[in-house]
Design a protein around this ligand. Structure first.
Ligand SMILES: [Zn+2]
Ligand SMILES: [Zn+2]
Length: 328
């Protein structure tokens, strides 16, 4: 069995459940990161003003489509495909997902997958880069503004990433991430509305900045809100929860208690036929045309037994019988 499989490709066992932990620490603030974040937040707020009062409907619609593509790049690509290898994808689908992920303006999918594997292996402790045990703000955005905890650096080096560095699509994106993300997330989304339907360049750019900001904050909630608010129908001993608002804004990533217990399941949820899980629908669509294959899922029997043994007894967003039957 490859090291990756030992680390990630199995349900969370009793032995791997670790109590949340956050030792007191002195933060080392990365001021350029703070300045960059401030800049994008001010640009996004101005984009909100221009979007409400001046933008054309075509510009708004265009950015909503880009939001969904960027989110799918993170959820179906960086998260479920590359971080968890919960299914396999042909080269054209990998290229498409890489371009979508570049729209999110979030470094590279390779970096995301590496950090995310550490998040699962050392969940809610100081070796977890986002450590939700350190509070909502840190898990949401604070971790991007300070230097990594020494434990996250030391233990992070033990995370298996060989498969990521062997993937030419990921290596290419990682190498040219600044150019790719700038071009796809900012330059083209500003130029297309300007030349296609005569939107003002400043409006097109700032609405684009607002969309980038919206994608960031929406996905950040999987580390903050979905580790704090909600039910735990699969394992009440861990922080991750089932969170409906997070599910809505991330196109299906809010079934987070399930996802941490069964990280290998491509649906990242038990409710495989749930209309809120658009990422699963997207993967199913590509499986139908043959571009996605080897889709892994936990068996209903295993899920049910685990839920009965360690769940908090709730059914909400976890165990609804007709959905369970429909997803088989
Ligand atoms: Zn998590
Ligand atoms: Zn995950």
């Amino acid at each position: 069995m490859a090291p990756y499989e030992k680390d990630m490709d199995a349900p969370l066992t009793d032995a791997s459940v670790v109590a949340p932990q956050a030792a007191s620490r002195r933060y080392s603030v990365v001021y350029p990161a703070v300045a960059t974040m401030l800049f994008w937040h001010l640009s996004g707020i101005y984009g909100l003003y221009l979007g409400v009062f001046y933008a054309k409907w075509a510009t708004i619609f265009f950015n909503v489509i880009l939001y969904m593509c960027a989110m799918l790049g993170i959820t179906a690509g960086a998260h479920r495909l590359w971080a968890h290898r919960s299914y396999k994808a042909t080269l054209p689908l990998q290229v498409l997902l890489m371009l979508f992920q570049s729209l999110a303006y979030q470094h590279s999918a390779l970096r995301f997958a590496r950090d995310h594997r550490a998040h699962h292996k050392f969940s809610d402790t100081d070796a977890d880069p986002y450590n939700p045990a350190r509070g909502f703000f840190f898990a949401h955005i604070g971790w991007l503004l300070v230097r990594k905890h020494p434990q996250a650096i030391t233990k992070g080096k033990g995370i298996h990433v060989d498969d990521l560095y062997r993937n030419p699509v990921l290596v290419f994106q990682n190498k040219y991430s600044f150019c790719l993300t700038s071009l796809l997330a900012l330059v083209l989304p500003a130029l297309v509305p300007t030349y296609s339907w005569q939107e003002a360049l400043a409006t097109a750019h700032h609405v684009s900045a607002l969309r980038v900001l919206a994608v960031w904050h929406a996905f950040f909630t999987t580390n903050s809100a979905a580790h704090e608010r909600g039910y735990r129908p699969y394992d009440k001993r861990i922080m991750p929860t089932q969170n409906l608002p997070v599910t809505l804004i991330t196109l299906g990533e809010g079934f987070h208690n399930f996802h941490h217990v069964f990280p290998f399941d491509y649906r990242a949820a038990e409710l495989g036929n749930n209309c809120l899980n658009l990422t699963t629908k997207f993967i199913d669509l590509f499986a139908w045309i043959g571009w996605a294959y080897d889709l892994k899922r936990a068996s209903p029997d295993v899920i049910s037994r685990r839920s009965n043994r360690t769940g908090d007894g709730t059914d909400l967003w976890g165990r609804v019988e007709e959905d369970l039957v429909g997803s088989r």
